[in-house]
Design a protein around this ligand. Sequence first.
Ligand SMILES: Cc1ncc(COP(=O)(O)O)c(C=O)c1O
Length: 485
Amino acid sequence: MKEKNNIKQKLSELEGVSKTLESSTERRNMLNTLAFNYAERFYASMKQEAAYHSFDETVNDLLNIPLNEDGEGAEEAFSFIEEKIIRPGLNSASGRNFGYIPGSSLSIAAIGDYLAAVTNRYASVYSSSPGAVLLETQLVKWMADTVGYPSGSGGYLASGGSIANLTAVVTARDHARLKGEDFIRVVVYLTDQTHHCVDRALNISGLRECIRRYVPMDSAFRMIPGELDRQITEDKENGLIPWLIVASAGSTDSGAVDPLDKIGSIAQSHKLWFHVDAAYGGFFLLTDEGRNRMKGIELSDSVVLDPHKSLFLPYGTGALLVKDIVNLASSHAYNANYMKHAASDTGIYSPADISPELTKHFRAMRMWLPLKIHGVRVFRSALEEKLLLADYLWREFSTMNDIEVSPPPQLSIFLFRWVPEGGDHELLNRRLHDSLLRDGCVFLSTTEVYGKFYFRVAVLSAATHLEEAEIFVQTVKEKMAEIGR
Ligand SMILES: Cc1ncc(COP(=O)(O)O)c(C=O)c1O
């Protein structure tokens, strides 16, 4: 009896402390106000704030800031976030961010995320949260319709393009029933433009030793279908095992879209798995121009699209679609005693049954809410705008003196470099890049093509409009003039 009372006494003490985690209405209001005020300052300052804040090694002081036994004031925590955590480096959502694949910061998606975390639905299993699973299933169906996949297709919302590509590679491996002993004869067809995450996916999925055939590209960095066909035939004749073709629908470096229709029929005639990495380009399918460029994407067996790229959503939102969902399910089937009663006989696949994740973020909310509230048309217009802005910028750069540009953008990426007569181009372009970084008004990333330094211009932030594009051109011109002097 005494023991029981002691336990109760201890529990009551612990409860007194642990209940602090479940904040009161007043405290929630206070925290919400701090957070929303900060969010508002962030949005309101976006137009003036630098796209890039240079930083030095003092940023690493963050590592020395301990987490204390006793908590600290919320105000201090919020100003710390603002100054020390968010400020240094790239503001990926800035409208003057033209580097890498720009991100976005849609307030409606952030609110979706907030609600996802507040409600914390178990989005992996239908029997736990049918609403969350059905929301994801509906979004997957919408994406599959956009790609042109038939019924019977399916997929899931992943954390990003790398994991979605990995899941595709694993599914293709299992579909072909490849065994370890085959791996050294297995052949994958890709190009120099294929995102490195595909190479990494092959390594992770056990296929480090497989043969990678980098198919030659045309002058616009697109796979040459005739070369692909020739290579597959030759490999077959040599007793190898042609298995997987990976095409890009918007390569990261140059924005190239491989000729998907031609590659698709080659894949069909040789009976190879045809995967399309449309992580960057995928949602341009919502526009007529994008649809036209990516014709043939529906011939693929699997495709990756990243809503955190061309659907302007927060990072951590990728998607894999597989034409025959049974392939995805057989690769990811599992049996756990403690999950036995979770199975449903509705015919609806829980994300846990068709992906490597079990517990997962309730990602569908941040995607569904913006689509539901804004409607698809707004996204289509925003994407058309980005295509046109890229075209506008390409025209501006191609008429500038001493600038060499890549072929016109196939989607919203192109390359340029500064090539004044008699100058050391490599050095000048690097100096131009340093100077742009120091200034921070616009952000550009760089790449190397056939051994030469190039600037990449990627238009994809939701906040990039004509004004930002004009500031960008002006800033580059000013920096070139400064260096020239
Ligand atoms: C074409 C392409 N594929 C895959 C990826 C990898 O996606 P994530 O960064 O979401 O993992 C990227 C990232 O930029 C990409 O551009």
